[in-house]
Design a binder for this molecule. Structure first.
Ligand code: UDP
Ligand code: MG
Length: 306
């Protein structure tokens, strides 16, 4: 019989761990799905790990856990959970039950029908302040254009077949962005939409500063476009310098310019545009090197008839 691994990244979730363990395990038992729950304690500094250890003593809940030496972040927790998981398919779900656990069953049935990646898509974003909503919207439109996938309503709530899990856990990238990687790997994909629930206990772990850091890091890991901005500016500067150069020359010919001014302005404009374009070219090669060191395999096979 197929087993389902449920990966649950948890950081300072002492109140949520017992509730989540109970809720998800009884749900899966009722549905007759054989499962394991894999809590990843992301270096919590409250009693999260003790709660996980305690929950693991209840045999019916089938709980395993790993405990990080410090807080490494949610992405690292998800990756570690996926590498530890032994199931034929894995679901990643938040510990705070903001991702409705009933949807796991729906995802599992889709997997049984043959889908290899089932993405949880937010049909509403839950309660978020205006500024947060705006920031999230800007980030997701940037990351969508960088990755070429629609990430606006993407979440980390997903089911992945063993095949996709193996692909993701064998990537050598240190800064993986799980949400986009699971689209990037491809495979037979479908979506399940869900409403983001209110957090029951504890609080969100994201500060504005950590969100900005997260956004910059993930945009950089999927796009080298920012590097090319300088090339664009250099070309713009070159156009400006040609125009300004002509203007200065005309002024010089008409005798309207100060002595030496024309030479200075032309030299200044041309040299800075050449420097900017050169930086852009160097940047382009760095971008290629970056692609290479990420070491993503060029293709994955869905099937192979050999
Ligand atoms: N989380 C984690 N490591 C962190 C921050 C968060 O493992 O450094 C976990 C957290 O325990 C929760 C999930 O990631 O299960 C989502 O976190 P949170 O609810 O704080 O984020 P939000 O729902 O506000 O986006
Ligand atoms: Mg949450």
């Amino acid at each position: 019989m197929a087993t389902l691994s449920v990966v649950i990244p948890s950081y300072n979730e002492e109140k949520m761990v017992p509730i989540t363990a109970r809720t998800i395990s009884s749900l899966l038992q009722d549905a007759g799905i054989s499962f394991e729950l894999l809590f990843v304690d992301d270096g919590s500094n409250d009693r999260t790990w003790e709660e996980i250890e305690h929950a693991a003593t209840i045999p019916s809940q089938c709980i395993h856990g790993v405990h990080f030496s410090r807080n490494f972040g949610k992405e690292a927790a998800i990756m570690a959970g996926l590498s530890e998981a032994v199931g034929d398919c894995c679901v990643v779900i938040d510990c705070d039950l903001q991702h409705p656990p009933e949807k796991i069953i729906e995802m599992y049935h889709l997997w049984e029908e043959g889908y290899e990646v089932v993405e949880g898509v937010k049909s509403s974003r839950g309660s978020e302040s205006g500024l947060h909503r705006f920031a999230a919207h800007s980030f997701y439109s940037l990351i969508s254009s960088a990755t070429g996938f629609d990430m606006e309503n993407a979440s980390d709530f997903k089911l992945l077949d063993r095949k996709a899990v193996d692909v993701i856990t064998h990537m050598r990238e240190k800064n993986a962005f799980f949400r986009a990687l699971s689209s990037w790997v491809g495979f037979k994909t479908t979506t399940v939409s869900f409403d983001v629930q209110e957090r029951m206990e504890g609080e969100s772990k994201w500060s504005t500063a950590s969100l900005v850091k997260y956004a910059v890091r993930n945009i950089a890991s999927f796009s080298t476009a920012p590097m090319q901005i300088v090339t664009f500016l250099g070309v713009l500067m070159l156009v400006v310098s040609v125009v300004m150069g002509i203007v200065s020359l005309v002024q010089k010919i008409l005798g309207m310019a100060l002595g030496g001014f024309t030479t200075v302005i032309i030299l200044q404009l041309f040299s800075s545009s050449i420097i900017m374009i050169s930086i852009g070219i160097v940047g382009y090669y760095i971008a290629r090197i970056f692609e290479e060191v990420k070491n993503r395999p060029p293709v994955y096979y869905q099937q192979n008839l050999r």
